[in-house]
Write a protein that binds this ligand. Structure first.
Ligand SMILES: NC(=O)c1ccc[n+]([C@@H]2O[C@H](COP(=O)([O-])OP(=O)(O)OC[C@H]3O[C@@H](n4cnc5c(N)ncnc54)[C@H](OP(=O)(O)O)[C@@H]3O)[C@@H](O)[C@H]2O)c1
Length: 265
């Protein structure tokens, strides 16, 4: 799919990866509707200045299913979207025994139920030839230290995307799941302020991308209509290792990194 002159919805388009994707689609001449819980004007204003009425913004919490369905229907009234991206997400990075049920619930509610609600709303408005893309994470393919809530939610998003791909193919609707490694966004700024050092040590294996690098990889995968999109060479390599290396060897590599990081703290 080429992204010139298309209609695109981006949930979570008010920050980070979603915002950068919105900028790329607008630069290609598409019309973008951003749905986000906060709609931070300092982040969105430069895009609004450049894009004018090709950019619409809608305040929306994706955990509210009824509102997601009604807002998507309302915004699709003018023209049905060619692509819907869900880039909403929240992170938690803490040892499992320090992870309370409330925090686990918050992360799963936004990441998994939010993806579910966006997919549900997308399923009511997408037409043949269009596509849904759910942003999961490399942590949705390879579990990692400190990510009990985050990885659980993202593994589930990957599972949801696999089911939707199969169910919607006969309807002519494509599905992608995007699994980036660490990307320099406000989410990661926050995560670095709270995470145990061992989380960073393990993530270094798969590398860190600038938001521009990540979005270039994501755009290329979407243009080629790929199902699994993993931006970044090191992240692709990590996925390859996790798919083809025996568990024993994978565990030895990961356990070695964890042991070294724990000794250093
Ligand atoms: N950055 C990374 O290293 C990385 C790596 C792999 C995957 N991802 C995934 O990529 C996606 C985008 O992450 P990002 O790094 O771009 O994060 P970000 O900069 O924090 O952007 C996420 C956006 O989602 C919004 N949001 C949070 N909860 C919401 C809700 N309930 N309803 C509507 N909007 C909500 C946030 O609003 P607030 O500002 O109000 O929270 C924010 O605008 C997420 O799914 C994340 O898990 C990120």
């Amino acid at each position: 799919m080429k992204f010139e002159n298309k209609d695109i919805f981006i949930a979570g388009g008010g920050s980070g990866i979603g915002l950068a994707l919105a900028g790329r689609f607008l630069a290609k001449g598409s019309r973008v509707t951003v749905f986000d819980r906060t709609l931070d004007q300092t982040r969105l204003q430069p895009l609004l200045d450049r894009a004018g009425d090709r950019l619409r913004t809608v305040k929306l919490d994706v955990t509210d299913e009824k509102r997601v369905v009604s807002e998507f229907k309302k915004q699709a009234g003018r023209s049905s979207p060619d692509l819907i991206v869900n880039s909403v997400g929240v992170v938690s990075a803490v040892d499992f025994m320090n992870l309370g049920l409330e925090e686990f619930d918050r992360v799963v509610r936004v990441n998994l139920y939010g993806s579910r609600n966006v997919a549900r709303a997308a399923g009511t408005i997408l037409q043949p030839g269009s596509r849904l893309a759910l942003v999961a994470s490399l942590a949705g393919i390879v579990g990692s230290y400190g990510y009990a809530a985050y990885a659980s939610s993202k593994f589930a998003v990957v599972g949801l995307a696999q089911v939707l791909r199969m169910e919607w193919k006969p309807r002519g609707i494509g599905v992608s799941v995007i699994c980036p490694p660490e990307v320099e966004t406000p989410m990661v700024d926050y995560e670095r302020s709270i995470r145990p050092a061992v989380v960073g040590a393990l993530k270094a294996f798969a590398g860190t991308l600038t938001v521009d690098e990540a979005v270039t990889g994501i755009m290329s995968g979407l243009e080629r209509e790929k199902f699994l999109i993993i931006p970044g060479f090191r992240a692709k390599f990590t996925h390859l290792l996790s798919s083809y290396l025996a568990d024993s060897l994978q565990h030895r590599i990961a356990d070695g990194i964890v042991k070294k990081a724990l000794q250093g703290r």
